[in-house]
Design a protein around this ligand. Structure first.
Ligand code: FCB
Length: 447
């Protein structure tokens, strides 16, 4: 018996992963180093010093992982392509062995009726590009477009929808402003050019993809923003947080404009925005990828002594939290989507939920099962909220949960398990969790 409402025919059901988090095989078949190889090998940057050197060994076990997708009944799979496998030094001709890997994967998915949804950049910048300034360097955007063209030339006959970037907000904030992720820079507000250069990269790559008749998405991490109170300074703080987290990445691609960030400083967009950049960034989109995890409650803070930021994020009280400590607020997904629809109106393309999920304290029991009831509750709640947003008029085409299998959770190493499938790292054995069987049955009931 199904516990979910009915979704439209043709709705995409699946799961997401990212290259550095699952592949391992970091020195195989000509792959070059990425910023995550460098960063994770630095002392004290990741929990327990974990690295993605082996990860879930997907590079060798991918047939097993495709079989899991088939068993799940997925008709879509979001994965990412490792730029350092395609261009080991960040530029120049494609490394054929790197392309071959994704070629085989795409073929295997096609044979099973699973729509491939590749992401071109999920944070694993080739280290040689970082050495030239990474996303602080405008040139990286042009390099990205060349890389996108190389991949599209090889896979574009079978892959029709492409995601340019994953969560440019999180990459800028954790990677360049706060130093918690690779490349580990602590620039604070001086990290803003990273937003613009990623968006420019998106726009230039969109041009390459469209030239080849292919569809384009970007996956943005979005959060519904709730002011801590109705007081004017809290409302203003919430507005600026919303501008930074959501609008900085949605407005340029959907409207061709930047939001007003003047509350953050006298010149939020100095010289790095050149003429015509916004025209490129405002390329048509065949879909908007939304990654949703949790809402943000925002309160005013005195910018002095707060890194110049006029806001602070409060805890959300009275709701369950995931193993990561993230509050579980399913209705936040409905609130977010309905809010996007009212903000952007007809400028909003069809939405694909490209990530949504939770980490749980999973234990592999003696019967070889993982009883992750919290994940089943999480998925039930969020899919219900998603369906409500759709009933309220938001055009949503698919739901890809994070993640297919347990994986390297960035600075948290292997301590956070987000998968539908448990990975026993010492043996690399995969054990589908209860949530896997639950989702399999729900997907089947929709058909
Ligand atoms: C998102 C990332 C993804 C994963 C989840 C938990 O921000 O895109 O790679 O780490 O969080």
């Amino acid at each position: 018996m199904s516990s979910l409402p009915r979704f439209p025919e043709g709705f995409l059901w699946g799961a997401s992963t990212a290259a550095y988090q699952i592949e391992g095989a970091v020195a195989e078949d000509g792959r070059g180093p990425s910023i995550w190889d460098t960063f994770s090998h630095l002392e004290g940057r990741t929990k327990e010093g974990d690295t993605g050197d082996v990860a879930a060994d997907h590079y060798h076990r991918w047939p097993e992982d495709v079989a899991l997708l088939t068993e799940l009944g997925a008709n879509a799979y979001r994965f990412s392509i490792a730029w350092p496998r395609i261009q080991p030094s960040g530029s120049g001709p494609a490394n054929p062995r790197g392309l071959d890997f994704y070629d085989r994967l795409v073929d295997a998915l096609g044979e099973r009726g699973i729509t491939p949804l590749p992401t071109l950049f999920h944070w694993d910048l080739p280290q040689p590009l970082e050495d030239e300034g990474g996303w602080l360097n405008r040139q990286t955007a042009y390099q990205f477009a060349q890389y996108a063209a190389l991949v599209a030339d090889r896979l574009g006959d079978r892959v029709k929808l492409w995601i340019t970037l994953n969560e440019p907000f999180i990459h800028m904030t954790l990677g360049y402003a706060l130093g918690m992720h690779a490349p580990g820079r602590t620039l604070g507000l001086d990290a803003l050019p990273v937003a613009h250069h990623q968006l420019l990269a998106h726009g230039l790559a969109a041009g390459e993809l469209h030239d080849r008749g292919l569809g384009v998405l970007i996956s943005n991490n979005c959060t519904p923003v709730r002011p801590a109170s109705e007081a004017e300074h809290d409302l203003a703080a919430a507005a600026i947080y919303d501008a930074l987290h959501n609008r900085l990445f949605n407005d340029p691609v959907l409207l061709g404009t930047y939001p007003d960030l003047s509350a953050l400083g006298p010149e939020a967009y100095p010289s790095f925005v050149e003429d015509d950049d916004l025209k490129l960034i405002h390329a048509p989109l065949e879909g908007l990828g939304i990654n949703y995890y949790t809402p943000s409650v925002v309160e005013y803070a005195d910018p002095t002594g707060n890194d110049g930021l006029p806001f602070t994020l409060n805890e959300i009280e009275g709701v369950p939290t995931t193993a990561f400590g993230w509050p579980v607020v399913p209705d936040g997904l409905r609130e977010l989507l309905v809010g996007l629809r009212s903000r952007y109106g007809s400028a909003l393309p069809p939405i694909y939920i490209t990530e949504n999920g939770c980490s749980t304290s999973d234990v592999l029991t003696n019967d070889g099962r993982v009883h992750d009831t919290e994940r089943i509750d999480f998925l039930t709640g969020h899919l219900g909220a998603l369906r409500e947003a759709m009933a309220a008029g938001v055009d949503v085409r698919g739901y890809l949960t994070w993640s297919l299998i347990d994986n390297f959770e960035w600075a948290e190493g292997y301590s956070q398990r987000f998968g539908l499938v448990y990975v026993d790292y010492p043996t690399q054995r995969r054990a589908p969790k209860d949530s896997f069987y639950w989702l399999r049955d729900e997907i089947a009931a929709q058909r």
